[in-house]
Design a protein around this ligand. Structure first.
Ligand code: PLP
Length: 393
């Protein structure tokens, strides 16, 4: 089939499927650590790369390969390399692309563990990071040094849903010879395809929307073969690769991704609109709302606003945190957890959970107030989510 001509919903259910000799309709789960050869000569040919084929599941596995090809088709990428988690994908990206003495320019609004990885792990190996505004392209340009090799961003950001202009930042990256990596976890290729806008590498935490049902951890790095050569070598040698079982779960997740992303987005827009009308809500952050400062950019760059909505509870005499905790603790249905991208709506207080380890000053600078609540809108009826929140509000 000529996959390039298929629509995303077709690719999501068809791309990458390879049948074994039994002709199974659903993809097989290849639970095998290694593969056997017909002869010593064939083993030798496989090991030196003269003949394509599987050797060992740390290198390649047929279930994992099917997942990689399906996600690559959806992102419009030449290659996809699956990993054990989203963090393994980010680690493999920086270890594969950078060397000691290289410099990263990164958005200040990154996932907490990514900041930890940049500040406390790869820094030990001589890679420095400068953080800049997610939204001010001039800051990216100003932070460039002669040794800058990688730009790294995440859009929309967590929890304030700030939008980075991928195309504009890609132009700056290109002009200084750096690669632009985009963590596309919040949008998935259904809502946003960063490679089409000039990004060089796309990162996923498949744990979130790609599974979408809260079962397993996984990740992926996507881009062209040349840029990913070092990434594959790092993973193959060090081992944080995806298991066949998890790949099979993610293959099934991809089949319903379009339906789920559309439903998450529709629910989120309805909930955000309702929240904006509540007297005890001071502010709502959702890219799909006309009140969002970058609504226009978001609607140009993404198909919809996505599933993440944050809001500030109007401050009560006890302060923002007390008011926010009261709303969270009054819920009976929503799941109090920092996870996101699930069929079940999740709710969390960013300042005391995902952003608890950064200083109060840094939190204030980032705009994460004590009254802020983040909701990852699930697939329940919106009226039930509203009723659950209305109790505390
Ligand atoms: C969760 C998350 C990650 C890390 O993914 P894991 O699968 O938990 O390792 C990276 N980036 C973003 C934006 C995330 O939400």
């Amino acid at each position: 089939m000529n996959e390039q001509d298929y629509q995303p919903e077709t690719l999501a259910v068809r791309a990458g499927t390879v049948r074994s000799q039994f002709g199974e309709h659903s993809e097989a789960m290849f639970l095998t650590s290694s593969f056997v050869f017909e002869s010593a000569a064939q083993a030798a040919a496989r090991f030196i790369g003269e003949q394509p084929g599987n050797i060992y599941s740390r290198f390649t596995n047929p279930s994992v390969t099917m997942f990689e090809e399906r996600l690559a088709a959806l992102e419009g990428a030449e290659q996809c390399i699956a990993t054990a988690s989203g963090m393994a994908a980010i680690l493999a990206c920086v270890m594969g692309v950078l060397k000691a003495g290289d410099h990263i320019v990164a958005s200040v609004s990154l996932f907490g563990s990514t900041v930890n990885l940049f500040n406390n792990v790869i820094r030990k190996f001589g890679v420095e990071t400068t953080y800049v505004s997610a939204t001010d392209v001039a800051e990216w340009q100003a932070a460039v040094r002669p040794d800058t090799r990688l730009f790294f961003l995440e859009t929309p950001s967590n929890p304030l849903t700030e939008i980075s202009d991928i195309a504009a930042i890609a132009v700056v990256a290109k002009s200084c010879g750096a690669l632009l990596a985009v963590d596309n976890c919040f949008c998935t290729p259904i809502l946003q395809r960063p490679l089409d806008m000039g990004a060089d590498i796309v990162i996923h935490s498949a744990t979130k929307y790609i599974d979408g049902q809260g079962r397993v951890l996984g990740g992926a790095v996507l881009g062209n073969r040349k840029n990913l050569e070092g990434v594959y070598a790092f993973l193959r040698t060090t081992g944080p690769t995806m298991s066949a079982f998890n790949a099979w779960i993610f293959l099934k997740g991809l089949e319903t991704l379009k339906l789920r992303m559309d439903a998450h987005s529709a629910n989120a827009l309805e909930l955000a609109t309702w929240l904006e009308a509540q007297p005890n809500v001071a502010r709502v952050f959702y890219p799909g709302l006309p009140s969002h400062p970058q609504h226009e950019l978001a609607m140009r760059q993404q198909k919809t606003g996505g599933g993440i909505v944050s809001f500030e509870v109007a401050s009560s005499p006890g302060g923002g945190k007390e008011a926010a905790w009261r709303v969270i603790d009054a819920t009976r249905m929503l799941s109090i957890t920092a996870n996101l991208g699930d069929t079940r709506t999740t709710i969390c207080h960013s300042a005391s959970t995902t952003h608890a380890r950064i200083s109060p000053e840094a939190r204030a600078a980032a705009g994460i107030t004590d009254g802020l609540i983040r909701i990852a809108v699930g697939l329940e009826a919106v009226v039930d989510i509203q009723n659950d929140l209305a109790r505390g509000l």
